[in-house]
Design a protein around this ligand. Structure first.
Ligand code: HEC
Length: 111
């Protein structure tokens, strides 16, 4: 009997600890992505919050659908999205990896 309650207590402690760790991790990775967004100069055109572009014809990128954002970043990088404005992004995207695009798309969708 005693052993069972100790087991239960320990597994509860484990659950709480893993919850706290995953919450802290999510927090850190959001901060990391915010720094990445700044480091890759995205804020210079789209604004720190992704919704205050420096020119009226630059898009607001925050709060859009995550899959849509990822697809646009990928297509801008590989050139399949191509219009008179796309070259501006194409140059920037050469320095952004697929993994970084996924992280930034997920982060922007939550802003
Ligand atoms: C020099 C200015 C500039 C910088 C720096 C820049 N962008 Fe852009 N961005 C643009 C322009 C202009 C467009 C519109 C391109 C088009 O219409 O094809 C655009 C388009 C986008 C889009 C598509 C939006 C939509 O609604 O379809 C996303 C997402 C985006 N940028 C994210 C980023 C991210 C992330 C970074 C940093 C890695 C970044 N941008 C850096 C100017 C910039």
């Amino acid at each position: 009997m005693m052993n069972i309650s100790i087991c239960r207590a320990l597994s509860l402690v484990g659950l709480i600890a893993s919850f706290l760790i995953s919450t802290a991790y999510a927090q850190n990775s959001d901060d990391d992505t915010a720094s990445l967004y700044l480091a890759k100069a995205c804020a210079g055109c789209h604004g720190v919050d992704g919704r205050s572009p420096v020119k009226p014809y630059y898009p607001k990128v925050a709060g859009q659908n995550e899959a849509y954002l990822y697809n646009q970043l990928r297509d801008l990088k590989n050139g399949s999205r191509s219009n008179s404005q796309s070259n501006i992004m194409k140059g920037i995207m050469t320095a952004v990896s697929d993994e970084e695009m996924r992280a930034i798309a997920a982060w922007l969708a939550k802003q």
